[in-house]
Design a protein. Sequence first.
Length: 137
Amino acid sequence: MTPAHGRCLCGDVTFTADLPSLWVAHCHCTMCQRSGGSAFITWVGLDEKSCHIDDPKIRLQWYQSSDKGGRGFCAHCGSTLFFRSSRWPGELHVTLANFEAPVDRAPHTHAFWDTHVDWVALDPNDGLPRKTAAEIG
């Protein structure tokens, strides 16, 4: 296992994840758009047991964004950091952008493509499948 480190913008919440990751995907769902303030969030799927969160100032807050899932963010700087859901038990999803170095794989899919925004042009030849909500389940 290889450790990968990351942090929020202000550095009050840090984390270490033991790789390998389970997957990496761009999520275009409307909740990710709103919580991240962008067209999509790129998540790294990890075994929750392989992740250690260090939060000495108790800045990490969890927002129950749906009946099945919640989002972890730093209450000091506002960085979106984590997602967990009963749909994927035992997984912790971590924002790729908050890792300090590249992880062990590149994104492999666009998830929730049916709600992607039209104001960001993505390469139609990027080779990644575009999965709708119905295909994800």
